[in-house]
Ligand binder design. Structure first.
Ligand code: FAD
Ligand code: DLZ
Ligand code: SF4
Length: 532
């Protein structure tokens, strides 16, 4: 029988506490379950169309959330927890549903004394739940999310009195606090940072065979979700043909083990490298499992540290991985909660162009973008440098409205939840927060992509050219970006070199480059999507 038919809403009695479990809170050890009594309390979970539609979500992003939610519901029920589960294709489910409509229905039905919820991963959802509870006159007990190693209060203490919030001091504090990779109060290996060892590319030689990440072919529940998404969200971007993401806690643990065994040892050196048709290289592919809370970040970090202690992986790889998780991931979340809600509309560089339509189709004659966006549409995944230095960089150089860029990134990746996506996009990639996070924009021309990948070899453009038929749009737009924002960058000492290089350009040549940039911008002047 179909999952949603078999798993109708099963709670029919009045409940004491109704525990709300959102799609990215799939951990039965979370604080939301503290004091849970199956005889008196119940869990509420809701698949709602609004969460798939408020940004035009990739089919794989919708499928991973729904499949993981259904598996988690089964897990709770096996433990004897009553779950009021609202399936998108369940009986009596309205065509257009939202957290507000489904929660109101549940409260009317179950008359709980109190709602219990773990702090949600989005400002919008947090506000919505608080407002709905207030409207319905019910108390809401919001609990700290223990999944994270740094609470929002602790981040606040770290940030207090600091002029700038930088990763490095925060990360050192986290290392000291957690004791990961510490030895006698000092960083293991003698230094905090091995970034200089972690910038290798594959040059012109195709990377050797790298063990493919463990794959999880869809089981019955996932196949049903895939059918549902293909039917209900047929017009959404992306495909589900290759869907093989971890959707349970057991699978997440297997994926971690597979990464540590097979790819962690080379993770560091090739962290920034890209190669045609090789989406994962040495990356862990763990972000979605972490963000859904199927995997605890402490487990991931402990497994990597153990590999270092067993001499299975060297310090530069292990430190690189630990830095991403207890450093970047926690720091990004701290920035999000400290600066929301105002952060969402940051636009320090006053960029206002629409997002080019090819971001939704991959149809571009720029090979790097065709590769990265094509892979993104096929898998719902691109690794960090593909996101930052290809998809994000082009939007930055072109001058796309950062809010448009944010909506695309939130829609298109399987690991996208706003607390992690937004500062990465607005702060790190688009410099829209004016340097709150990054000391300077991650701006580069085609030469960077040429150095770190083989994309340029299959391209009709030449990364070294800024004039003529084969001038690389990244390289052309790079100079235009510097010239457009010169007065802002002149005030930033970290941009001295780039501004000096700009000032060395012969004025007539710079005028021609900028005229070419203008033609490129005009060619992308159409709005990206009717969906807004
Ligand atoms: P690995 O390279 O193996 O890294 C290990 C883990 O470290 C990741 O799983 C992730 O949990 C964490 N991590 C690494 N870099 C970051 C970072 N910058 N911020 C936070 N955590 C990090 N990550 C998301 O989880 N969701 C997003 O929506 C998201 N959007 C991004 C948008 C842009 C523009 C950029 C530049 C980065 C974004 N990232 C996002 C961060 C990063 O790109 C992904 O976490 C990573 O590519 C996921 O692949 P992986 O699991 O193989 O990571
Ligand atoms: C992203 C997403 C999607 C596509 N669908 C659901 C859903 O049906 N139900 C749900 O609880 N959560 C979903 N999510 C995640 C939310 O958009 C949002 O990121 C989290 O609720 C924030 O905690
Ligand atoms: Fe991308 Fe330019 Fe290289 Fe083509 S030449 S792949 S557009 S960086």
């Amino acid at each position: 029988m179909h999952w949603s038919k078999k798993h109708m809403r099963e709670v029919s009695r009045k409940v004491r506490n109704l525990v709300l479990v959102l799609g990215d809170q799939l951990d039965d050890r979370s604080a939301a379950f503290d004091g849970f009594d199956p005889a008196a309390d119940a869990v509420w979970m809701a698949e709602v169309s609004e969460e798939a539609e408020y940004v035009w979500s990739h089919k794989a992003r919708i499928a991973i959330f729904l499949s993981a939610m259904r598996h988690f519901c089964d897990r709770l029920r096996e433990r004897g927890y009553p779950v009021d589960y609202h399936a998108l294709d369940g009986r009596g489910q309205p065509a257009d549903s939202s957290f507000a409509t489904e929660l109101a229905a549940a409260i009317k039905n179950l008359h709980p004394h109190k709602l219990v919820v773990l702090e949600p991963g989005e400002w919008r959802v947090r506000k919505l739940l608080v407002d709905t509870a207030k409207d319905l006159g019910i108390t809401i007990d919001s609990r700290t999310d223990r999944h994270f190693l740094c609470s929002t209060e602790e981040f606040g203490e770290h940030a207090e009195g600091r002029k700038a919030l930088r990763l490095e001091p925060f990360y050192h504090e986290m290392r000291r606090k957690t004791g990961f990779l510490m030895s006698g109060g000092k960083p293991a290996g003698g230094t905090w940072n091995y970034d200089h060892e972690n910038r290798e590319s594959f040059g012109s030689v195709e990377p050797r065979r790298i063990p493919a990440p463990v794959s999880f072919p869809p089981d019955k529940i996932t196949r049903e979700v895939i059918d549902l998404v293909n039917r209900r969200f047929a017009h959404h971007p992306g495909t589900l043909d290759a869907f093989d993401w971890a959707v349970t806690r057991e699978q997440a643990a297997q994926a971690l083990h597979d990464f540590v065994e097979n790819r962690l040892p080379m993770f560091g050196p090739f962290e920034d490298a890209m190669w045609t048709g090789r989406p994962y290289l040495y990356h862990s592919r763990l972000s979605s499992a972490l963000n859904l809370h199927l995997l605890d970040p402490r487990e991931a970090v402990a497994a990597a540290v153990e590999a270092y202690e067993a001499k299975h992986a060297a310090i530069n790889s292990v430190e690189g991985f630990v830095r991403q998780i207890i450093g970047w991931r926690e720091y990004i979340r701290g920035i999000y909660w400290r600066h929301m809600p105002g952060y969402e509309y940051s636009n320090e560089l006053n960029a206002g162009l629409p997002l080019p339509w090819f971001y939704w189709t991959g149809e571009s004659d720029m090979n790097c973008l065709r590769e990265v966006i094509g892979q993104t549409l096929a898998l719902g995944f691109a690794h960090h440098i593909q996101r930052l230095m290809v998809a994000g960089l082009f939007a930055l150089l072109l001058g796309v409205d950062p809010h448009e860029v944010h909506k695309w990134f939130l829609a298109i990746y399987v690991d996208a939840v706003e607390w992690v996506e937004m500062p990465n996009v607005l702060g790190m990639s688009q410099f829209a927060d004016g340097g709150l996070m990054a000391t300077k924009p991650y701006a580069a021309g085609g030469n960077y992509i040429s150095r770190m990948s083989n994309y340029c070899r299959g391209c009709r453009y030449n990364p070294a050219k800024v004039e003529g038929e084969d001038a690389c749009p990244f390289s052309v737009l790079y100079w235009d970006f510097l010239a457009r924002n010169r007065s802002a960058f002149k005030r930033n000492p970290r941009m001295n070199l780039q501004v000096a290089n700009l000032d060395r350009q012969v004025p007539r040549r710079l005028r021609e480059i900028r005229a070419c940039a203008e033609r490129i911008r005009e060619s992308f002047a159409q709005p990206a999507a009717a969906h807004g």
